[in-house]
Design a protein around this ligand. Sequence first.
Ligand code: GCB
Length: 659
Amino acid sequence: MGWGFRRLVSSLVIVNKEISQTSGMLYPRESETREVRSLDGIWNFVKSDESNPTQGVREKWYKDDLGKVRDTIPMPVPASYNDITTEHAIRDHVGTVWYDRKFFVPRSWEKDQRVWLRFGSVHYEAFVWINGEMIIKHEMGHLPFEAEVTNALKYGEENRITVLCDNALIQTTVPQGKITEVAKDGGVAIVQTYSFDFFNYAGIHRSVHLYTTPKTFIEEVEVTTDLKANNNVGCIYYKAKTNGTTSNEATDEMYLNVVLRNRDGNIVAKDTTKSDLKGVIEISKVHPWWPYLMHPEPGYLYQLEIFLHTANNTLLDVYRLKVGVRTLSWNNTSFMINGRPVYFRGFGRHEDSDIRGKGLDYALLTRDFNLIKWIGANSYRTSHYPYSEESMQFADEHGIMIIDECPSVDTENYNQALLDKHKSAMEQLIHRDRNHPSVVMWSIANEPRTGQFHADSYFQFVANYTKSLDSTRPVTAAIAVPHTDDKAAKHLDIISFNRYNGWYSNAGKIDMITQRVIEEATAWNKKHNKPVIMSEYGADTVEGLHLLPSYVWSEDYQTELFSKHFKAFDILRKQSWFIGEFIWNFADFKTAQTVTRVGGNKKGVFTRSRQPKAAAHLVRKRYFALGREMDQCNFPEDLFTYITDASSPRSGKRDETDL
Ligand code: GCB
């Protein structure tokens, strides 16, 4: 705990070690047998002295109210703590901070059930106490963790929860960072540096829940799906794991009743298992899960209701899970969903907004999905870490395909401890997201330093481990090292590359983009004979800055730079192996303070407050045109601005010639 405790472990030999596996962690849902309570709200907050990050642990601050040892301030949960106050010292704090709050649990929860405490995510490392008793420790931001707290709670009385959160990033954390001591006026400052290009927001980022389960309960559910008979028949393969035994029933005698309901709530299939708790449901006239604009009814979800019974038919537990029925397949030249080739048109994104930082915010989430659909995108990459479970549920519902990325970014200085944690990040991510139909690919890293000597075996281990956990989805990584130096792409199924032609190279040279993009994509394909995606391209753009002829940082330049890329993509698309274009970035976002960033990274097509820049209208026309060309989608009524009746000769009719 604390940067003082996490030492750099460097070794010359990296080996493939066993990684501990996640268990449980179903998203908390109410049912006939389960209750859920939120602990979101205003907590008490205090930051440690940067030079003494473990003081609170040594002095056992968790044994009593934080307010008794320090002056606390109010802090919202979920939210990053950085931008809530007006103080540099909190925004730029390095090391540990403390949160606590009081809560009640009803007396009725005391009997015949278990109570669980679940965090959607705390960045980066968390230690949790209830009523002074240590409950759980978790390292790795952006991923959930939970613990049973049945015996730690006082029922019908007041309880206290205390959380220690440490944001320090070092060479063995995922992502990596460095901590140094630098002289400051009147002393020494602890300075956190990192090479990745987003602000290291920290705190209790997602919701905190208490939930109940019966003593014997459904601990895990895993589904995979298939389509047969020309996509007319669907199959859901499901299996469940239970935890606990009932006093009079042996675990192996329990069984499941499974009911499948369609979108309208009507039962379309039923199944009963044996004690192996697994089975397959067949759905005739199935509605497959289709991406947005690929089908008139995208994001179709069934509801799987799982009833756990004892052998003598006593109902023990009920859990409901949304399921999308779809297939994924890929080969050297294409990526297919339900047997149809997919061309990705989307964005790299960030979980980022004013004030709340990386904190979950339903208003923002809903606005973002409205914008994604407005602009006609069908996908995004969760650059550069797992996004909230709530956002994954949105993606399922709206038919937005997700390239699901783990928190490994700018990976370098490969070492054993890093590899173990990187694999654990993939394991936790896959465990969390494996049932989401929207997840169509795993991204094991962003811009790793894959020219380095150890990169070959390191990424072989990470990629093979990922494939061993889930063989139903392809594995990619967003690579920025030139194909001539890279040692990792050969271990991937699909190659993604990031490149900033016209920006980081040849800034302002609008005529040095198209050919370079074509050449680089072709070179990656030639070298590996695998599908290729351009996973990042873009230009920083100050909203409201217009310059003619176009000039770097202006809205005009972003628009022209995109257009030059579109031309390259259209030439590449004719080769079926080029399967997607992802703009960097969906919206402007905050970064560490540097002289190359004016209030953050401005490569958004939308501003940080989610309003369109000029290029958004161009992108919208292209993304819908691609949807029309490939999947015959309809154009929205307001896609075209009336200019003159000469530009729309067939009055009322809108087709691709209108573009
Ligand atoms: C990249 C990174 C991304 C940065 C982007 C930029 O290559 O993957 O995290 O934000 O470049 O704008 O510099």
